[in-house]
Design a protein around this ligand. Structure first.
Ligand SMILES: [Zn+2]
Length: 165
């Protein structure tokens, strides 16, 4: 069994991790008050079962607090934070923007308008072929400029979804 250190103030056994860090006194408030050596012991309520004690100078505590680290419920705060301190703080990644593709609201852009389609489908339902449709449309609705090729395109496309405006 490893030799346990005892608090030089109250004589209680020190936590092994704490002893390994070189502390000679425990975390009880009276011992802290007597043996304060320029470090602050901050109890952080990481979970309900046990407070985790971190040892840091005030600037470190402030820096970590400002970074939101101390607020994380499940942050791995503990005595090993000194190892991770050597790693420079990573900048907040800014990659969440501008990678959402434009929504495709018009999957197939049709080079004709609803009125042209309405007329073509009307004639098509009558049994006319594209050439006949173009002839009929040229006489009855010349402003729609329905030609045979357009009639073929409209008839081969799926019906336009009726979307009330
Ligand atoms: Zn003590």
């Amino acid at each position: 069994m490893a030799q346990l250190e005892n608090c030089i103030e109250c004589g209680d056994e020190l936590l092994e991790e704490r002893a390994q860090l070189g502390y000679r006194y425990c975390t009880k408030a009276p011992c802290q008050a007597v043996l304060y050596r320029g470090v602050a012991i901050t109890a952080v309520g990481v979970n309900k079962s046990a407070d985790n004690f971190i040892v840091a100078d005030e600037a470190e505590i402030r820096r970590r607090g400002e970074a939101g680290e101390l607020a994380k419920k499940d942050a791995a705060l503990g005595l090993d934070y000194r190892d991770r301190r050597a790693v420079p703080a990573a900048p907040v990644p800014a990659t969440r923007t501008a990678q959402i593709p434009e929504p495709k609201t018009a999957p197939h852009r049709r080079p004709w308008d609803a009125e042209q389609e309405k007329v073509v489908r009307f004639y098509h339902d009558m049994g006319l072929n594209p050439r006949q449709i173009a002839d009929r449309a040229r006489k009855n609705t010349p402003r729609l400029r329905i030609i045979e090729r357009l009639a073929t395109q409209i008839m081969s496309a799926p019906p336009r979804a009726s979307r009330p405006r």
